[in-house]
Design a protein. Structure first.
Ligand SMILES: [Mg+2]
Length: 323
């Protein structure tokens, strides 16, 4: 016990790069086989074709705040948001490269917890972190993951495959992550009332099983994951497919915690909150996974919103944008 406490004390600078790499090697297990793993100039493995590749970075002050999220949840989320993109393509994650730029005054215990979080979620989804890079940072913590995956079926799920006449579906519920972030930032509504929303924000669960089921479904159209809010992401899907989506506000599945905020705020969180990491997809006939039908694909462009069966104009409010 004393040894463990001592070994987790101090800062990153006290322990140094060699100890950091040793901590990485110790934690990143290998669910997928490797010919050459961490320790050489590169990793070597055999990969079935075709390969789907994604990357997602998380920057302190932009994507997370160390005051609101424990290190292990930040590590888990880094993996989850990448794997969500793999799921949206109808893939299964296999290998990943992890890159971290870390200020030297970071507590060593924080660094170890971050690595534990990355390792835990990677292991949970059966993925091998086979390499990457670590550097110092003069400012914020910067994290990046690049993930490779194999496709479940011959064809990837794409944003451009929606066809007129199909229904539009979304998995899970919407707005929980935005509510969780709002609670962490403001303390309102009371944090103890919405633990699942805080969990949705800190540690989203990628929809791997649903993505795999959709990629085997004969009726599937287009698919994408929801990272920037339904309004913005649905517009992207519509544009990629050259169609219009008529979406019914009354049919959107709210996160249960949204009952604690005003209806307007709940709608705002569902449409623009972002970071839901649910799957938005279109298809013909009943889908092969639990999902809510929220509208139809029609001819035209853009998004139309319905309330009580009638078209409504929503004030323009874009989802998250970095620039
Ligand atoms: Mg995505």
């Amino acid at each position: 016990m004393t040894a463990t406490l001592l070994s987790a004390a101090g800062t990153l600078a006290d322990h140094g790069e060699s100890a950091l790499i040793a901590a990485i090697v110790e934690r990143f297990t290998t669910p997928q086989p490797l010919d050459v793993g961490i320790g050489d100039d590169g990793a070597v493995f055999r990969h079935p074709q075709p390969v789907v590749a994604v990357a997602d970075a998380m920057m302190e002050g932009v994507h997370f705040d160390r005051a609101w999220s424990p290190a292990a949840t930040i590590g888990r989320k880094l993996v989850a948001v990448n794997v969500s993109d793999i799921a949206a393509m109808g893939g299964v994650p296999t290998y990943a490269l992890f890159t971290a730029s870390l200020p030297k005054d970071l507590p060593w215990s924080w660094v170890l917890s971050l690595l534990d979080g990355v390792a835990a979620e990677a292991t949970r989804v059966g993925m091998t972190v086979c390499g990457g890079d670590v550097t110092g940072s003069p400012g914020p913590v910067c994290l990046s993951l690049s993930v490779l995956g194999r496709l479940v079926s011959d064809k990837p799920l794409l944003r451009r495959s929606a066809r007129v006449g199909q229904s539009v579906y979304v998995t899970g519920s919407l707005g929980g992550s935005a509510l969780g972030l709002s609670v962490l930032q403001t303390g309102l509504p009371r944090a103890e009332l919405v633990p699942s929303a805080i969990e949705a924000h800190r540690t989203p669960t990628p929809r791997l099983r649903e993505g795999a089921a959709l990629s085997r479904w004969f009726g599937v159209g287009a698919c994408m994951d929801l990272s920037d809010g339904l309004a913005q992401d649905a517009s992207r899907l519509a544009a990629a497919s050259g169609v219009r989506l008529e979406l019914d506000l009354d049919r959107l599945p709210p996160h249960p915690g949204l009952a604690l905020v005003s209806p307007d705020r709940a709608t705002h969180f569902m449409l623009h909150g972002g970071e839901d990491y649910e799957l938005l997809f279109t298809g013909d006939g009943p889908p092969p996974c639990h999902a809510t039908c929220i509208g139809e694909v029609v001819a035209g462009a853009g998004i139309g919103w319905l309330r009580s069966g009638k078209p409504v104009a929503l004030t323009v409010d874009v989802g998250f944008s970095h620039f």
